[in-house]
Design a protein. Structure first.
Length: 142
C-alpha cells in the first residue's frame, strides 16, 4: 500500500548498490524537506524515544475516518531528517484510516534500513511511526 513517492524511493534504493550511497540519498531527501517554524517545536510536537531531537506536526484535511493525513517534521540530525522524509513519502496523502493499515516495518524493510541503522536510530524510527499512527488514529476518532 505504498504511495508513488515511497515507491520512487524504493526504486532508487534498488539502483544504489552501496549502503553509503543509500545513506547519502536519505540525507539528500531530508535536505529537501521544509523546516519547521521554531514556534511549533514544543513538547506537544516532540517525539519521545528518539536519540535526536524530532518534532512532528500533523496536518489533517477533513474530519473523521476519511480525513487526509499529512505532516511536517524536523530533526537536528541529518540522517533522521532523511528518515522523516521517507516516512512522509510513506504516509502523506493517505486517509487517517489507511495510515493505521500501512505495515511500516515491512515497507521500510524493503529499503534495507533495519540492517543499517543503529539500535538507537531504529528505536527512534519506531517511535516516529508510533507517533504518526497515534496522530492519525486521534484524527479518525475526531
Amino acid at each position: 500500500m505504498a504511495s508513488a513517492a515511497f515507491e520512487e524511493i524504493a526504486e532508487t534504493f534498488e539502483f544504489l548498490d552501496d549502503w553509503e550511497d543509500r545513506y547519502r540519498h536519505v540525507i539528500e531527501l531530508g535536505k529537501e524537506l521544509p523546516r519547521l517554524d521554531d514556534a511549533v517545536k514544543v513538547p506537544a510536537t516532540k517525539v519521545e524515544g528518539c536519540a535526536s531531537q524530532v518534532w512532528l506536526l500533523p496536518r489533517i484535511e477533513g474530519t473523521g475516518p476519511a480525513a487526509r493525513f499529512d505532516f511536517q517534521g524536523e530533526s537536528d540530525a541529518m540522517i533522521v531528517q532523511g528518515l522523516i522524509a521517507i516516512l512522509h513519502a510513506l504516509y502523506s496523502g493517505l486517509s487517517v484510516t489507511e495510515v493505521g493499515v500501512v505495515d511500516a516495518p515491512a515497507e521500510l524493510a524493503r529499503l534495507g534500513l533495519n540492517e543499517h541503522l543503529s539500535a538507537q536510530r531504529s528505536n527512534g524510527l519506531r517511535a516516529m511511526v508510533e507517533r504518526i499512527r497515534k496522530l492519525a488514529s486521534e484524527a479518525a476518532a475526531a
